[in-house]
Write a protein that binds this ligand. Structure first.
Ligand code: ATP
Length: 235
């Protein structure tokens, strides 16, 4: 269980998160929906140890995340795929993937992890020797997700995995996300593609101006007039 309580994050005077609380049960897929600038990335980056928090608590299976470095988080099964991917453009696909397998929990089963990534993303198997920086945006996103999976995570934090991708590639990425969900990983996902995300997720939180303004089962939110109006392009 991931338990985030009363989290605040500020950048100088700007308060990006103002008392955010979320709970994510093991094996659940939870979406964070909100407009641009609502604080979605700040929330994921705080959980993933990339942003300094002001106050609040974050606990994962008894581990105090507020005291962990990004390295310790990965060692403990928490992997973040940041917005903008952050892969190594000068290295091959296979080299990028191998760099993900650094935690102790991953080292003993690198081959198995790589086979699992290749099963999810067959294109990466075909392109394993290609220099990552020469791949399309969608392929680079697959490398980024694949690299996170190589750390053998239990909890995967995904920030806008479909951002900027062509519709056909978005479908490919979502198909892989379904595969990852079906493996039983716990997933927290920030996505602008709310419809596709709610189709996969168990639950979602709605965030506005740094505050949680609602939450519910994905099934119910799909038909909630406020959600339809704000996120699903409804009238
Ligand atoms: P988007 O979908 O546009 O990425 P978001 O919901 O993920 O938005 P955040 O990226 O968390 O929102 O940003 C929340 C607020 O904090 C925004 O007003 C943003 O401009 C601001 N912000 C984010 N990062 C920084 C930073 N490093 N320095 C200053 N302000 C920041």
């Amino acid at each position: 269980m991931l338990n985030v309580r009363n989290l605040t994050v500020s950048y100088g005077r700007h308060v990006a998160l103002d008392g955010v609380s979320i709970e994510v049960t093991d094996h659940e897929m939870v979406a964070i929906l909100g407009a641009n600038g609502a604080g979605k990335s700040s929330l994921l980056n705080a959980i993933g140890g990339r942003v300094r928090i002001g106050s609040g608590t974050m606990d994962y299976h008894g581990l105090d995340l507020t005291k962990c470095s990004p390295h310790e988080l990965v060692e403990n099964g928490i992997a973040l795929v940041p917005e903008g991917r952050g892969i190594f453009p000068g290295l091959s696909v296979a080299e990028n993937l191998l760099l993900g397998a650094n935690p102790k929990r991953a080292r003993a089963k690198v081959d198995q992890l790589q086979e699992e990534v290749f099963a999810l993303f067959p294109k990466l198997a075909e392109r394993r020797t290609q220099i990552a920086g020469t791949m399309s945006g969608g392929e680079q996103q697959m490398v980024a997700i694949g690299r996170a999976l190589m750390s053998s995570p239990d909890l995967l934090l995904l920030d806008e995995p479909s951002l900027g991708l062509a519709p056909i590639v978005v479908q490919e990425v979502f198909a892989a996300l379904k595969g990852i969900r079906d493996k039983g990983l716990t997933i927290v996902i920030v996505e602008q593609n709310a419809r596709a995300t709610l189709a996969l997720a168990d639950r979602a939180y709605l965030i506005e101006s740094g505050r949680i303004i609602g939450s519910g089962k994905a099934e119910d939110l799909k038909n909630d007039p406020q959600v339809v109006r704000a996120f699903l392009g409804g009238a």
